[in-house]
Design a protein around this ligand. Structure first.
Ligand SMILES: Nc1nc2c(ncn2[C@@H]2O[C@H](COP(=O)(O)OP(=O)(O)O)[C@@H](O)[C@H]2O)c(=O)[nH]1
Ligand SMILES: [Mg+2]
Length: 314
């Protein structure tokens, strides 16, 4: 039984959506074809990136926000990225428990993507998984990712609006991640406002944003939240909605999407060229030949690559 994944996905078959994302994640041969067929059906979903340090309450917050969107009658997709675990276990299992109440709602689709030890290619895979959910018909898609390093910045580039979640008591950590969060945060959430130091953190964030914000036409709002008690959720949704409306009106959304498409072409191109050359190198036995030559100190990897490139691009 060969099920037509794309046809079934577009009909609303959850298993097909699941399989499509598995194909994307594992780079199966049919992944490109699936994406090509899904592409015309994308572009309707609102994509919300949620990032911040581990344990900040991102999953708890996602659970509450997702429920609020469901109450508005919107369908929800959630992609939880876990760069720490080489397997889709551990923290993801915790996420599942945190989002437990959602798993019974068939208007919500939750998918975790492990990085299997490397973040390479993950931003591209995440973007494709978002598209699969978009084509499936999800109205709002969450991308939850840990941290604010460059890899996470790349991942949240798939988002229309990015929320950075911070918590009190991070001490000097906030200084260290300052540059990263100012660059990517459209909306800030100070979660665990039941803990001491929330107001201080809000003040610090305000100061940072004021210093940074002279030239910005969007001043990222800062909202105190107690996610596990559902406090500040309504305001957070409002902030997110306002941001989306803002970028829709001033053309930034269109700009971001154009940039994304541009990067996508380059990404796919780089990957395909890389794969093509690698395959060829292995199939012809040239790779083994080069390894032998390097072992004998006759050449080095850099010279090898230079000559391979020269040959391939002729
Ligand atoms: N005190 C307090 N704990 C919270 C709050 N929000 C979440 N938590 C708890 O913080 C822990 C980590 O939450 P989680 O959502 O898994 O964080 P994530 O790693 O950012 O996804 C869990 O035990 C939550 O119950 C909050 O507002 N206040
Ligand atoms: Mg989480």
């Amino acid at each position: 039984m060969a099920m037509d994944i794309v046809e079934e996905l577009l009909k609303g078959n959850v298993l097909a959506l699941s399989r499509a994302i598995t194909a994307i994640e594992n780079e199966y041969d049919n992944a490109s074809e699936i994406m090509a067929k899904l592409y015309p059906h994308t572009g309707h979903a609102f994509v919300l990136g949620i990032t911040g340090p581990p344990g900040a309450g991102k999953s708890t917050l996602t659970d509450k926000l997702a429920k609020a969107y469901r109450a508005q009658g919107k369908t929800v997709g959630i992609i939880a990225i876990d760069p720490t675990s080489p397997f889709t276990g551990g923290a993801i299992l915790g996420d599942r428990i945190r989002m437990n109440s959602l798993t019974l709602d068939d208007g919500v689709f939750i998918r975790s993507m492990g990085t299997r030890g490397s973040l390479g290619g993950l931003s591209h895979k995440t973007a494709d998984a978002v598209k699969a959910m978009d084509a499936f018909g999800k109205d709002v898609i969450f991308v939850e990712t840990v941290g604010v390093g460059q890899s996470e910045v790349d991942i949240v580039k798939a988002a229309d609006t990015t929320m950075v979640v911070l918590i009190p008591g991070m001490g000097d950590d906030i200084q260290a991640i300052k540059a990263g969060i100012l660059e990517i945060g459209d909306v800030f959430t100070i979660n665990k406002a039941d803990h001491e130091g929330a107001d201080k953190l809000v003040r610090e964030m305000n100061m940072m944003l004021d210093l940074n914000g002279m030239m910005m036409d969007w001043r990222p709002p800062i909202q105190k939240v107690i996610a596990n008690q559902g406090e500040g959720i309504k305001e957070t949704i409002e902030n997110v909605t306002n941001h989306f409306k803002h970028i829709e009106a001033n053309g930034v959304l269109a700009e971001r999407r154009t940039k994304r498409t541009r990067n996508e072409i380059l990404d796919v191109l780089n990957t395909s060229i890389g794969k093509h050359i690698t395959k060829n190198l292995v199939a012809t036995g040239d790779l083994d030949k080069y390894v032998e030559q390097i072992k004998n100190h006759e050449t080095d990897p850099y010279t090898v690559v230079a000559s391979v490139m020269k040959k391939m691009l002729k």
